[in-house]
Design a protein around this ligand. Structure first.
Ligand SMILES: CC(C)(COP(=O)(O)OP(=O)(O)OC[C@H]1O[C@@H](n2cnc3c(N)ncnc32)[C@H](O)[C@@H]1OP(=O)(O)O)[C@@H](O)C(=O)NCCC(=O)NCCS
Length: 168
């Protein structure tokens, strides 16, 4: 397994993986499949452009197939630039339970720690998503709050736990 930063040339495989995540796990993500599916390949490639404040990491298997991803971006604005956000954590079902998710997340945290002035990383996770919560806890995140009815799908609501990894 190999982890690296994705770039605009990875747009097709990134899009495929991201849409699979959103289709198979609508309850786990704040973005809907429909919203992501409407994003053109050009806009998708733009999201992967090198930036000092954002990256998407991909995990590749021996055959070079993209099997997992995690996104990170730093918040904008002088009063918020000390915070970063993890998004889009996902591994293909056949690759789960083998440490791929943890390796991706640990690498994202390592890179974020090197960003000058970055003090903490936040994320949101649906309260009933134990595999994801355990993954975040395993690299040092802690839950500091809960947002009731944070997501709404049709007439169903989901609470989200608010987690933080504080470098201090
Ligand atoms: C959450 C997800 C990314 C975990 O990826 P993974 O590669 O299977 O995770 P790992 O094998 O690296 O496991 C890391 C930790 O997560 C926890 N974990 C993983 N799968 C778990 C499961 N099924 N049940 C309970 N805990 C689990 C364990 O605590 C593990 O730590 P340990 O190895 O120290 O015991 C994966 O299950 C997934 O893609 N789920 C669907 C999408 C999703 O829910 N994304 C999160 C959105 S917030």
């Amino acid at each position: 397994m190999h982890i690296r930063r994705l770039n605009p040339e990875d747009a097709m495989s990134f899009r495929e993986l991201r849409l699979r995540a959103l289709k198979d796990h609508p309850d786990a993500f704040g973005t809907s499949y429909e919203e992501a599916a409407n994003l053109s390949i050009e806009k998708t490639a733009e999201k992967l452009k090198p930036s000092p404040d954002a990256f998407v990491l991909g995990a590749f298997d021996e055959a070079g197939k993209l099997v997992g991803m995690v996104g990170f971006h730093r918040e904008k604005g002088m009063k918020k630039r000390h915070k970063g956000v993890i998004w889009g954590m996902y591994c293909l079902p056949e690759c789960r339970g083998k440490g791929v998710g943890k390796a991706l997340l640990a690498e994202a945290v390592k890179r974020a720690r090197k960003m000058k002035g970055l003090e903490l990383i936040t994320l949101r996770v649906v309260a009933s998503n134990d595999p994801a919560k355990n993954l975040y806890l395993s690299v040092g995140f802690r839950t500091w709050g809960k947002e009731p009815r944070s997501l709404k799908i049709g007439s169903r609501y989901m609470d989200q736990e608010l987690m933080v990894l504080d470098f201090g």
